[in-house]
Design a protein around this ligand. Sequence first.
Ligand code: XMP
Length: 476
Amino acid sequence: MFPEALSFKDVLLVPQRSGIRTRRDADVSGRFSTGIALKTPLVSANMDTVTESATAIAMARLGGLGIVHRFLTIGEEVGEVLKVKRAENIVIDSPYVVRRSDTVAEARRVMRECEVGGLLVVDGAGRLEGVVTDRDVRFVEDGTLPVRRVMSTQLVTARPGVPLEAARRLLGRHKIEKLPLVDKGGKLKGLITAKDILKRQRFPDASKDRRGHLLVGAAVGVIGDYLERARALQDAGADVLVMDVAHGHAEHAIAALRRIKKACPSAEVVAGNVATYAGARDLVRAGADGVKVGVGPGATCSTRVVSGHGVPQLSAVLDCARLTRTTGVPICADGGIRDSGDLAKALAAGASCAMIGSLFAGTDESPGWTIVREGMRYKVYRGMASLGATLGRRQKEGARLPDNDEVSEVVPEGVESMVPYRGRIAEVVHQLVGGLRSGLSYSGARDLKSFQRKAKFVRITAAGWAESIPRKGVIS
Ligand code: XMP
């Protein structure tokens, strides 16, 4: 008859003899693409109710990654990427500056617009002359006063290339917030801030590029402005482009991937979505640096109901992961993760990371408002192929909103829903990663590679699953 396909709740992992004494010994580092390693193998979905800059910043600080969705104008999506890239630095190469003759009102405006608490003052040749902070201007009533009247000129500086530890000591010893870097001629060459150093200490696992900026990904489509968008996102510093299409194994999607790789040859591109080895293989042949696996498992997906197509997610991951073993290109299990047990099974089956939508949609960082219903807090979560998201995208593209007849012509493959409010994303990530570490320890695995080698699945019945979940209410 037909081949069988299974999903997460059809199986369990068999506990094995384990030398892991504490969960902390389990290393869960994974990979999103050949060039993007993650200490936390979790990626927030490119959905308009999941990832804009706030989610992406939080995810990268926690060692994961956020993918900014594409239902934005190119300028807006670029803006979200820039916010992430500017959120943290080792050295700020081009600090915000003013001139000594500029007014206090002008300095206040720059600080407000650039969301910084201080500016460096330079002369026409770029030589550092002083520092003006919000404290210097806070109570100045006459906004026409020149900056030179309020700036501090007692400066502590360092040379470019100063070791971070030496910079930290200087900031501490002089109780200052900003350490400008100047060359022998006194020219301003960069800035190190106390804030950035503290963030480094607070988030030691953060996903960062070579210059100390947080990693971020951004989605592009496969029709319309996608090449222009891909170039703009790459120029803005996006570390990975994610080709966002429901059926990634379509010839036009493969052709679009080739064009993106040609237009942005140095960009990492993760392509998808596919549900078969053949699909993953064809995307890798077309240049994909990572493949997203999942057709229809997501919490808001109706693709399987509408089109009758899809592959239960565990089998899809097992099938596609054969490609990682032969080519080294990682796959990302996208959709259907409801708890940390599903995450453990997806990674044991061969995924190098997982993409999450619904579990992150209810957090403080996700875009959108909190709703209160009968005393419970919720946030809106909608599929990107839902009617609401589709109409929203068309509106962004400048199209007129369709009338009722045209609306009924749209065939949505996703639904609009609500998810419980879950607090800060860090708490959700903590629970998922804690469960995953526990999963590694039950299999006696120290890292994901050995987890995938050792993992033994058993197929279970509905009674087996019913036995597995805690019983609700009063237990009789
Ligand atoms: P979870 O289960 O984590 O899944 O909420 C997130 C993933 O769902 C996919 N997605 C969709 N799939 N119709 C679909 O068939 C949709 O409208 C839709 N929106 C999102 C996507 O892969 C996401 O990462």
